[in-house]
Design a protein around this ligand. Structure first.
Ligand SMILES: [Zn+2]
Length: 302
């Protein structure tokens, strides 16, 4: 039944990554000079967004003075036209605005697969911005392979963009699901619990450990549902569902402010805005699609 799970936002962008071109220096040079080439500038972490509702990506020509001198990262081909991301410092936008990506995403302004392309670009820009030095010897590294690798000229180590796996799970018990409010969430937001996969753990072990730590529940069956890249700063959210027979929460106080069991009717009421002190996760986040899938009985056992 999990084949029917919803495709999360930020996935399956139409961009062709054309990975075979990353190691082709001649092709990379030709693409940079292609008049159809465009780059998406980021001011630190914030993409340039345009359009009335700021839902369109602010692609710039490669000879734009704003991005001259910056190192573009090759994202791929859009209908054959090269697309890049460029990480910048403090610059003023010629038009549009540099906006915080997470707010823009959760606000639902993006059209088509703009959010997916911007999130891929942001993950790469974040990685280059925070990894200027070799983690083995400390020397400055240089961007290679169109931005998909950084090489150390001193010790010859090669470094690849990192993605950090995070488990995020629906906890189900007898026709109810557990939603929790993290201490860092806005006042009324309730969502699925989540946590980083630790070294030496498989996904199922991480689901069981985090559920035990955060909610004090033991879990039985665990199943993978869907995943979502989440570029804040470079996570891969692994959406799962886990079954428990425990009902009493023991909350990890440093992290979880409150947790509640909701029936499918309760969840429907939550999405309909019928709850004064509870708001559901946004649909742009995988927690929103997991919860919606569960509400519609696309996932779950009870
Ligand atoms: Zn090195």
């Amino acid at each position: 039944m999990f084949d029917d799970a919803t495709r999360p936002a930020l996935t399956w962008a139409s961009l062709d990554r054309a990975a075979h071109l990353r190691t082709d220096e001649d092709a990379l040079a030709a693409m940079r000079a292609d008049p159809r080439a465009r780059a998406l500038p980021f001011r630190k972490r914030d993409p340039l967004l345009t359009g009335a509702d700021r839902g369109a990506l602010g692609w710039r020509r490669m000879d734009d003075p704003m991005i001259a001198g910056a190192e573009p990262v090759f994202l791929g081909l859009a209908d054959g036209a090269p697309r890049y991301a460029v990480g910048l410092g403090d610059v003023e936008p010629p038009e549009g605005e540099f906006l915080e990506m997470r707010a823009a995403l959760l606000g639902g302004a993006f059209a088509g697969d703009a959010a997916a392309v911007a999130s891929m670009a942001l993950a790469l820009v974040n990685w280059h911005r925070t990894h200027p030095r070799c983690t083995r010897c400390g020397a400055s590294t240089r961007m290679t392979q169109g931005g998909w690798r950084r090489d150390c000229p001193s010790c010859e180590a090669v470094h690849f963009p990192r993605t950090d796996p995070v488990v995020i799970m629906m906890i189900e018990r007898d026709g109810h699901c557990a939603l929790a409010r993290n201490v860092n969430f806005p006042e009324t937001l309730y969502s699925c619990i989540a946590g980083f996969v630790e070294p030496g753990e498989c996904v199922e072990e991480a689901v069981a450990r985090e559920t035990r730590e955060e909610l004090g529940l033991g879990v039985g069956r665990i199943a993978y549902v869907s995943s979502q890249p989440w570029p804040f700063p470079g996570s891969l959210m692994l959406g799962c569902i886990a079954e428990t027979t425990d009902s009493a929460f023991t909350l990890e106080e440093a992290e979880i402010a409150d947790a509640r069991w909701l029936s499918r009717a309760d969840v429907k009421r939550l999405f309909d805005g019928g709850w004064d002190d509870m708001a559901p996760p946004r649909r742009a986040a995988i927690a929103g699609t997991l919860l919606e899938d569960w509400m519609h009985e696309r996932i779950g056992w009870t």
